[in-house]
Design a protein around this ligand. Sequence first.
Ligand code: PRE
Length: 357
Amino acid sequence: MTLESLRNDIDALDDQLLTLLNQRMELVRKVGELKRTTNAVIYRPEREKQILDRLHKQNNGLLNQSAIEAIFLEIFAVSRNLELPERVAYLGPEGSFTHQAAESRFGAMSAYTALPTIRSVFESVETGRARFGVVPIENNQEGVVSEAIDLLLEKDLSIAAEAQIPVHFTFATQTEDLSQITHIYSKDIAFRQCSKFLNDTFDGLKAELVPVESTSKAAKLAGQQPYTAAICSTIAAKLFDVPVLFDNIEDSDLNRTRFLILAKNFVNQPSGHDKTTLIAKLPNTESPGVLAEFLQEFNTRHINLTKIESRPLREGATFRYWFLLECEGHASDPDLQDILNHHTADVKLLGSYVRVA
Ligand SMILES: O=C(O)C(=O)C[C@]1(C(=O)O)C=C[C@@H](O)C=C1
């Protein structure tokens, strides 16, 4: 077969794909019209998961699971935009890891707003300026982002979905000779997470580590100033046109950050593979057994508790706490429902959503 004939075959298939995609969009448009008459929500992560699972099961071609996911998440994002364009606010700046997480859920076609603080993302969703907000909640090497956890208590938003992305750092610079680099810009946390690379590569060299507020800012500075470098994400290096000298320079390739997708009054249907996040403000936690008995309620019902985080109540000069809990299952499961019914006054449901593997 010649290259030309292969390309002709590809062109023919692309024509079919386009026709099929447009047929799909016709159906999606009808779904959108139906939803508008019933005031139903457009974003249905559990339905998207159902489609992905079905496709994965019946797949016997060259595409692997992540390839199918990448292609179809983009199709879903375009579909949702056709049903109703929805604005997504995320913790910026542009090119941040949160931007990457937001695009992994909402695709390249959505309308995005980069905001300077986690609080401003919450407020943007709260006031309806954005339909969804994306914020980091924890990193598997560094722990939780306390500001985001505290805002979950303070604000009245729901968790619509979660996203996880691997954190890969690149070393970007316009200077090819490492010995000429005088300053390396990045976030504190990124210097820590790339310490092996920095020690091995810059041992005995004069480069000074300069912490800045974001890895995107680092990339911007490295693009403007000669003899400097940035430790940043690949999208930030691309955005500011700084050549990448080394890729994946992080100490651990298991480094992942988890993000929450927030919305107002959002309820997911069960998907069969869900996680539920709750806030517990238990009375009398000074008395022996109060917390243990509460946790025991999950154990006796065989509900797997996967996370418990204590945060200060900030009530007077005391050391008292509220708890963020995560467990497997959906809030509509009878056992979990049982616990929620027992604790209507002291437990708040933040959401049940598709659990990312
Ligand atoms: O099934 C729906 O509810 C749709 O709106 C369609 C569709 C899709 O493209 O398949 C689009 C958006 C939802 O998040 C889930 C699925």
